[in-house]
Write a protein that binds this ligand. Structure first.
Ligand code: AMX
Length: 556
C-alpha cells in the first residue's frame, strides 16, 4: 500500500472519495528512513498524530486510480517501520469507527490536505492540471446529477436588497472563507501556509509562486516545483512596449489604479484566448489559452505595476528586473526596495492578498465578466476597477491617509482619549473607519494577525505600528457601541500600509496596486478552473420593488 518513486522518498498512499470530495492522501515518513527510501527532509512539521488514521482511511478505499504508473510498491511491513504506533492496524473495528468519523468531519478532511506533497519529478504545472481536469469535471457532473435539486438555503427579501449577504450562489474552488476562522487556501489556513509552503530561506515567509501552485492544484508544492514556476513566470514576464505608451498617455496625476488598470487593458492585445476563440476551438479546450493568458498576466503585472510607481513617484526612472530573484522579491526590487526584510514582507503581502473566496467585489467581478468568455485580461481589468473602490481594496490607501491625518492633528504621542475622539469624529462626519468591518468575517482577519506578527518580529518599535496596535484596542468597542456594525474587528487593510511605510513605500495612493498584483494569483487560478469546469454564463434573476411587494404580500 505504500508507494515510493525510484530514488525519491515521497509516498503517495491512497485516494478516497468522501461526501463527493476527492482527497489525495500522501504519506510522508518524516522521522525514520524506510529501507533504502530517504526520509523527508523537505517536510518541516512533525508527523501529526492522526497520520495513521488518515492512512487507514485510504487503506479501506484504495481506488485503482490512486497511483501513477511510475511508483513501485513497498510492503506493509515497511510501512510499520515508519512509525512505532501500529495500534491502528490491530483493530479493524476501531479503524472503521475512525473512518466513519473522519468522513463526517470536514475538519478531518482538511487535515488530510496537510499530507499532500508531491514528487520532485512533477515539475510541470500545466501537465498536472491536464491530469486533474477530467477528474474534476466528472466530480462536478456527478455532484449535479446526484444533488442538483438540494436546497442550499432560503433567499429572503433582506438578502436581495442587502447586497446578497449570506446567499450561497457561486462556485469558487481556490479558497473558502469562514466568518470566524478566516480564509483557507485550498483547505490551508494562513499559519498553515506559512509552515508548509516553500520559503526563500529557512523559516521565511511563503513564496507566492507556491501559493499559485497550491491554488491551481490543491497540492502543496516542494521547493523545486516553486523554483520551476518562478522561472516559468520570469520567462513570460516581457511586457510589450505599447503597454508603457498606453500608460504614458494618461496624466501622471491619474490615480495609480487608473494607470494600472489601463496597463492591463493594453496587455489584452496579446490575449491567446481571444485569438483562439476567433479561430474557433471546442469548449473543452477553453482552459488551455485561459491558462496561457492567466500565467502571462500574473507574470507581467509586477513590471506594469512598478512602471506605474516609478513613473509617478520616481521621475520615471525604471529599474530592470533581476532574474535571480523570486516573483515577489523581484517586484519589490523593481519598485526600488531591496532591504531583505522588505522582500520578506512583499512575499507575505502577495501571498495573503491573493484570494478571499469568490463573493468579494474583485473576485466576483472577474468571475462574472469571465463567464461571458471575456478573456483573463478583460476579466481582471474589470476586477481591478472594483478593487479600486474605498469599501474594498482602496481601504488600504484610506487607512494610511487616515492615520497620517490623525498624526498631523494630534502628533505621534497620542493618548487613548485623543484616539477615541478621532474615531468618533470620523463616524460623526458620516465616514466609515477604514480597515474595520467585513462583509463575511466576524472576527479579526487572520491576514491582519499575520501582518501584526510580522511587525512584532521586525518593527516592534515603529511609531505607526504602535498606533495601529492602539487602534486595535480602541476601535472595536466604539464600532460595537454603534449597534449596527456586524463586525467591529480589523481587516487586512488596517495593517498593510504601516508595514510598507516602515520600509519606505509610503505613497498610500499606490497601495491598492500592490493588492491588485497579488489578486491576479487567485483570480487567474479560478478563471482557469472556471473554463476547465465549463461554468456557464452567470445570469442571476433581478426583480423590481413592485415585484417584491406583490410577491411578499401574496406570500404572507
Ligand atoms: N465604520 C463605520 N461604519 C461601519 C463600518 C466601519 N468600519 N463597518 C460597517 N459599518 C456600518 C455600515 O456602513 C452599515 O451602516 P448603514 O446601515 O448605516 O449603511 C452598518 O455598519 C452595517 O454594515 P455591515 O453589515 O456591518 O457591513 P457591510 O457588510 O455592509 O460592509 C464593509 C462591509 C467592509 C464595506 C464595511 O465594514 C466598511 O465600510 N468598512 C470600512 C471600509 C473597509 O475597511 N473596507 C475593506 C474591507 C476588506 C476588503 O475588501 N479589502
Amino acid at each position: 500500500m505504500l508507494y515510493a518513486r525510484g530514488k525519491e522518498y515521497i509516498s503517495k498512499f491512497a485516494s478516497c472519495t468522501e461526501s463527493g470530495l476527492q482527497c489525495s492522501v500522501w504519506f510522508l515518513p518524516t522521522t525514520r528512513p524506510l529501507g533504502g527510501v530517504k526520509s523527508l527532509s523537505a517536510v518541516r512539521w512533525p508527523l501529526p498524530k492522526y497520520d495513521l488514521k488518515v492512512l487507514f482511511l485510504g487503506f479501506l478505499h484504495p481506488p485503482a486510480t490512486a497511483f501513477s504508473s511510475r511508483p513501485f510498491p513497498v510492503s506493509i511491513l515497511s510501512l510499520q517501520a515508519i512509525s512505532g504506533s501500529m495500534v491502528f492496524f490491530r483493530s479493524v473495528a476501531a479503524l472503521s469507527k475512525l473512518r466513519s468519523r473522519l468522513a463526517h468531519q470536514s475538519t478531518s478532511l482538511r487535515s488530510i490536505r496537510w499530507l499532500q506533497v508531491q514528487s520532485t519529478s512533477d515539475l510541470d504545472l500545466h501537465a498536472q492540471l491536464k491530469d486533474m481536469i477530467p477528474e474534476q469535471q466528472e466530480c462536478l457532473k456527478k455532484l449535479k446529477a446526484e444533488h442538483g435539486k438540494v436546497q442550499l438555503g432560503n433567499i429572503t427579501l433582506d438578502m436581495v436588497i442587502s447586497g446578497m449577504r449570506g446567499m450561497t450562489g457561486l462556485l469558487w474552488e481556490t479558497s473558502l472563507l469562514d466568518p470566524d476562522e478566516g480564509i483557507r487556501f485550498r483547505g490551508l489556513s494562513i499559519p498553515e501556509c506559512q509552515k508548509l509552503l516553500p520559503a526563500a530561506s529557512s523559516g521565511g515567509e511563503p513564496l507566492p509562486e507556491g501559493l499559485l501552485w497550491l491554488l491551481l492544484t490543491g497540492k502543496v508544492p516542494n521547493k523545486e516545483q516553486v523554483d520551476g514556476l518562478s522561472a516559468e513566470l520570469q520567462s513570460r514576464a516581457k511586457v510589450p512596449e505599447h503597454v508603457f505608451r498606453a500608460i504614458d498617455a494618461l496624466p501622471v496625476t491619474a490615480h495609480p489604479m487608473t494607470q494600472f488598470a489601463s496597463g492591463v487593458m493594453a496587455l489584452q492585445v496579446e490575449s491567446e484566448f481571444q485569438k483562439a476563440y476567433e479561430k474557433g476551438m471546442p469548449k473543452t479546450m477553453f482552459w488551455e489559452p485561459t491558462y496561457e493568458d492567466s500565467m502571462n498576466l500574473i507574470a507581467r503585472l509586477p513590471t506594469v505595476a512598478s512602471y506605474v510607481y516609478r513613473r509617478i513617484y520616481k521621475d520615471g526612472q525604471i529599474i530592470p528586473a533581476d532574474s535571480s530573484l523570486d516573483y515577489a522579491a523581484n517586484f519589490s526590487h523593481m519598485l526600488g526596495f531591496d532591504d531583505p526584510k522588505m522582500l520578506e514582507l512583499m512575499r507575505l503581502y502577495v501571498t495573503i492578498h491573493s484570494d478571499h473566496e469568490g463573493g468579494n467585489v474583485s473576485a466576483h467581478t472577474a468571475h462574472l465578466v469571465g463567464s461571458a468568455l471575456s478573456d483573463p485580461y478583460l476579466s481582471f481589468a474589470a476586477a481591478l476597477n472594483g478593487l479600486a473602490g474605498p469599501l474594498h481594496g482602496l481601504a488600504n490607501q484610506e487607512v494610511l491617509l487616515w492615520i497620517e491625518s490623525l498624526v498631523k492633528e494630534c502628533g505621534e504621542d497620542i493618548t487613548t482619549d485623543q484616539l477615541k475622539d478621532y474615531v468618533w469624529k470620523t463616524l460623526k462626519s458620516g465616514k466609515v473607519v477604514p480597515g474595520y468591518g467585513h462583509g463575511v468575517l466576524r472576527k479579526t482577519d487572520p491576514r491582519y494577525t499575520c501582518q501584526r506578527e510580522f511587525a512584532l518580529k521586525h518593527l516592534p518599535d515603529d511609531p505607526f505600528f504602535k498606533l495601529v496596535s492602539k487602534l486595535y484596542e480602541v476601535v472595536p468597542p466604539i464600532l460595537t457601541d454603534l449597534g449596527k456594525v456586524k463586525n467591529p474587528w480589523p481587516n487586512v487593510d488596517a495593517h498593510s500600509g504601516v508595514l510598507l511605510k516602515h520600509f519606505g513605500l509610503s505613497e498610500a495612493r499606490y497601495f491598492t496596486v500592490l493588492f491588485g498584483v497579488s489578486r491576479s494569483i487567485g483570480i487567474g487560478s479560478q478563471l482557469i478552473w472556471d473554463r476547465a469546469l465549463g461554468l456557464p454564463l452567470e445570469r442571476p434573476k433581478s426583480v423590481t420593488m413592485d415585484w417584491l411587494r406583490t410577491y411578499c404580500t401574496k406570500a404572507t
